[in-house]
Design a protein around this ligand. Structure first.
Ligand SMILES: [Zn+2]
Length: 114
């Protein structure tokens, strides 16, 4: 790997990642997102989703906020890639399969209601 290899820096946590060989230079690293020129790694996308959910929930108790964050991360992952199994998502975010499947049902119910 040479110093001219392209790399990205997350605008939120400053973590960097290098371009994978053989991919388009302009392509965002897998699972990263760029919006309005702001680049976020996967961890920060989860954090941002969780922060937003806490803000919207308006629950000021520590337990309440922790729960809202957990749900938000599960829902973020379900929306990011809904084709993965509940087990895969649970592993990716250190959650449990029942939690993920419950969140999936909740999301689906919400979609039907919308
Ligand atoms: Zn980040």
């Amino acid at each position: 790997m040479s110093s001219s290899d392209p790399f990205w820096r997350c605008d939120r946590c400053n973590v960097t990642t290098r371009q994978m060989a053989g991919r388009e230079r302009t392509e965002c690293p897998e699972s990263w997102t760029e919006r309005d020129g702001v680049l976020h790694c996967l961890k920060c996308q989860r954090d941002v989703a969780a922060d937003l959910a806490v803000e919207q929930a308006g629950d000021s108790s520590v337990d309440g906020r922790a729960q809202v964050r957990r749900w938000a991360v599960v829902e973020f992952e379900l929306e990011r890639d809904p084709d993965r199994s509940d087990g895969e998502i649970a592993r990716a975010i250190s959650s449990s399969v029942p939690t993920v499947s419950k969140a999936r049902k909740r999301l689906e119910a919400r979609r039907r209601a919308a």
